[in-house]
Ligand binder design. Structure first.
Ligand SMILES: Nc1nc2c(ncn2[C@@H]2O[C@H](COP(=O)(O)OP(=O)(O)OP(=O)(O)O)[C@@H](O)[C@H]2O)c(=O)[nH]1
Ligand SMILES: [Mg+2]
Ligand SMILES: [Zn+2]
Length: 290
């Protein structure tokens, strides 16, 4: 029987099959020989061991359209990366790392800044200016007063979307608003350090309707994106790609080369300074890796 892994906990895979049955499975297929582990989002074939108790074995994983490590998901059509605009304060370096990873994997990404009830309009415009200008769709929401939630619904419609972002930013809260049956656990952030407490501990797919699915995922606080050459990094900053070939040197890495159009654009405010600084930080990180 064919199905999709909608949840994975402690070596058990929950496989959603036709007519809405969910089977609790273990991994027994020959894919294990190749050191491949099933992940949430995988389309699989299962052997039913006990129809009454809905137990089975995953015996085959169908080829993945794509997969991410953080969050650990497969076969998504886009990612919605969620950051809080405050509590916890957004770590833009982490966001830029995530965007690099998504550009590298060629997966569409939409950015959501949640908790806008905690800041004023100026702050919203400031952030919109940075990421909108970089070429991303940015949605501002408040799960508290429902602002922007209908825009999120539109963005998720017809797609298979992984929510991703730090702990405590409101990922599960947003899904609960959109799918009242989801009943996902949400958690307070710590009073003192204003950080999430990793309330969501496993990836789980929520069906919004027959053709729209969202993955709730555990928050993450770090991301290494240095598994490629430093010269590649510039291709993963959308707003740089637009200027391709316009620097004095054709292989310009926009670091310390003369007559660099990217540095020029940063000085003129056409490219965000913060994004460029994160580019340089990441560039150095890749360079120093070896
Ligand atoms: N003020 C405000 N608080 C919010 C908003 N959205 C969520 N919260 C609160 O933020 C806290 C964390 O929300 P969660 O939905 O658990 O966050 P999460 O991103 O799923 O966190 P992890 O599961 O730990 O990764 C909860 O106390 C929510 O009530 C919002 O728009 N405004
Ligand atoms: Mg959560
Ligand atoms: Zn340049």
């Amino acid at each position: 029987m064919k199905g999709k892994i909608i949840k994975a906990i402690a070596g058990f895979y929950y496989v959603h099959c036709e007519d809405d049955a969910v089977y609790e499975c273990k991994a027994k297929g020959k894919f294990r020989k190749d050191d491949i582990k099933p992940i949430v989002g995988d389309n699989v074939e299962i052997d039913v061991l006990d129809e009454d108790k809905k137990k089975g074995n995953v015996i085959k994983i169908f080829e993945r359209k794509n997969e991410l490590i953080r969050p650990l998901v497969a076969n998504i059509s886009q990612a919605l990366v969620v950051f809080a605009i405050a509590d916890p304060m957004p770590n833009f370096n982490l966001l830029d790392r995530f965007l690099v990873m998504m550009e590298r994997n060629e997966i569409d990404v939409v950015i959501c800044f949640n908790k806008i009830d905690l800041v004023n309009q100026d702050r919203i415009m400031e952030i919109k200016n940075v990421y909108g200008k970089a070429g991303y769709k940015v949605i501002f929401t408040s799960a508290k007063d429902r602002r922007g939630i209908s825009e999120i619904e539109e963005t998720l419609s017809g797609k298979t979307t992984a929510l991703a972002g730090p702990s405590g930013v409101g990922k599960s809260s947003i899904i609960n608003l959109i799918s009242p049956n989801a009943n996902l656990k949400t958690g307070e952030i710590s009073e003192k350090i204003k950080r999430g407490k990793n309330t969501t501990t496993h990836v789980e797919i929520v069906a919004l309707n027959d053709y729209s699915f969202v993955f709730d995922t555990p928050g993450f606080s770090s991301l290494y994106v240095n598994d490629f050459e430093k010269e590649e990094l510039k291709n993963y900053f959308r707003e740089f790609v637009f200027f391709n070939g316009k620097c004095r040197f054709s292989g310009c890495n926009h670091v310390s080369e003369p007559d660099c159009i990217i540095k020029n654009a940063v000085d003129k405010g056409i490219i965000s300074k913060g994004r460029y600084v994160n580019y340089l930080l990441l560039y150095d990180e890749i360079k120093n890796k070896n």
